[in-house]
Design a protein around this ligand. Sequence first.
Ligand code: FES
Length: 353
Amino acid sequence: MDTFTITADGKEIEGRPGQTVLQVCQDANVSIPTLCHHPALKPYGGCRLCVVEIEGMRGLPAACTTPATAGMVVHTHTDLLHRARRTILELLLANGDHDCLVCNANGSCELQTLVYEHEIEHRPEGEPFTRRPIDDSNAMIRRDLNKCVLCSRCVRACMDHQVNGVIDVAARGSESVIATFNDMPLGDSECVFCGECVQVCPTGALLEKRAQFASQPWALRRVRTTCTYCGVGCQLELNVRGNSVVKVTSSHELPGPNGGSLCVKGRFASDFIGHPDRLTHPLIRQNGKLREATWDEALGHIASKLSEIRSEHGPDSIAFFSSARATNEENYLLNKLARAVVGTNNIDHCARL
Ligand code: FES
């Protein structure tokens, strides 16, 4: 593939056709602050934090939407840029409820990181912003638009990844707000609660309800695993504190068929993992009552009962029903057990649970 060279902060770096200035710089480890940009979403150019100076170009173009071209000379960290970025951050801080002390995103908030990196010490004084009611209308997602920075990542994720288009930027100028159709609460909208919007939100505006007050972000350990709900094999990360799953996330950086997206079950329905009613031992019914057994005892019991039924009524009196929660290998083995050991073709499989 053809490549070309640009100069960023005095360093020659290589770009590929179709890349933006931001992508070329990021590939070469030249850091440019971003907020509305998300590598898995289309460029938007809304926050202007990624502004750069490009020799021969007027104004301060956004690196995330400016195509890189051969011979460009880019400056990413100048006094002018620093002042511009600080002003943007101060305006965002002044126009919202960004009280990190009581925010569940404290420690994982991208706005917080940018404010820290730009050495802003106080929330600027100014006109009080218009406080909006918190949307608590559904069981899974808490929406606090007072912490929204209008980056539109949620809008793009809902439209481009999930193809739902449930939310959009409504109104104009300082009245702009992320809203559902007719500004209905999320719980009454067409939202399917996949949580894609929560995953890409850079602040605490969108939160998983069950994760609120369950753990601070830095106390969570991420354990990569495969979703057990159906046979697609989505890759996800269990966010674990101690032995409890606090929430489930995914990432576009994980290999797998889901590209970082999850459905409502994969993301929100993991309570069964630590549920007290979950079976942890095999049970054998004896005299009408279930009692705990060891795996050896339970498997021996099943084998002797299957042999008994087979010799009394023939192999086709037995049927096997397999599960999408099992792996391909496990399903293959059950197929072998049914056909080769018991001698029946009575085997089926649930495509989804
Ligand atoms: Fe480029 Fe927001 S990151 S405009």
